[in-house]
Design a protein around this ligand. Sequence first.
Ligand SMILES: Nc1nc2ncc(COP(=O)(O)OP(=O)(O)O)nc2c(=O)[nH]1
Length: 279
Amino acid sequence: MSFLRAGPHCLSLARPLIMGIVNVTPDSFSDGGRLDDAQAAIRHGFKLQEEGADILDVGGESTRPGAAAVPADEEIRRVLPVIEALAGRGCVVSVDTMKPAVMRAALGAGAVMVNDVMALRASGALETVAASDAAVCLMHMQGEPQRMQQAPCYTDVVEDVKRFLQERIAACEAAGISRERLVIDPGFGFGKTLEHNLALLRHLNRLVELGLPVLAGLSRKFMLGTLTGRDVGAREFAGVAAHLAAVARGARLLRVHNVAAMRDALVIWNAVEEQQDGT
Ligand SMILES: Nc1nc2ncc(COP(=O)(O)OP(=O)(O)O)nc2c(=O)[nH]1
């Protein structure tokens, strides 16, 4: 798939796309409370856009392990003014939510993509996206945020995640959501041990074989801290390296907090890759 259709946008996938994270939450694992009012979040979104983000992913509920669930109306209160302001100025906006009610409100406010860590498994989620022209990211998660890290277990983590994503892709197609609107994501850190995460990264190409754009979200995650010994605020270099490892294995969307660093890394990566192709 060489492009992603997201509402009126047709995003080329000839080069990896950067998804900039705009968490409007008090408790996100790495930047919770930093953007605790709409104006700060809007300013941050425009800053990421200027730094090179292709998509801005606005979330109102933390999905970190053990996170408290947020009621739909509170999640909508957090994200809607931010989505309206960013989309209103032409930004390509994604909403990071599991709830159909939040999806509907966000799409009505100008979001053109749904980023769902539950892969549209909530009742009404498939229908909500099918009734729109939005793109959707289908992410794998074993369990749910409150308990997903207690005892992750798989027969073969790569094959198990691949099979899950195949099932969700089929469900989307059956609901009338075309493949050109679909993105898939192994869900690093969502019900996975360090070894599970490393296996998924090493063999990301086996998910790419499904023929859809793969999103990698490794930014500031616990696995980077475990490998480097760095605290959550000092994982930027590790995050760039991990995302380039994902790009080398076929990832085409990178969900990051530090857009400027990722953008510069991709400028070098693209210069080398394109030279290799002789283009
Ligand atoms: N598709 C996708 N969406 C995601 N949403 C949230 C997080 C967690 O990161 P963050 O948003 O920074 O933290 P929190 O969930 O605590 O707000 N990771 C992913 C991911 O890996 N893939």
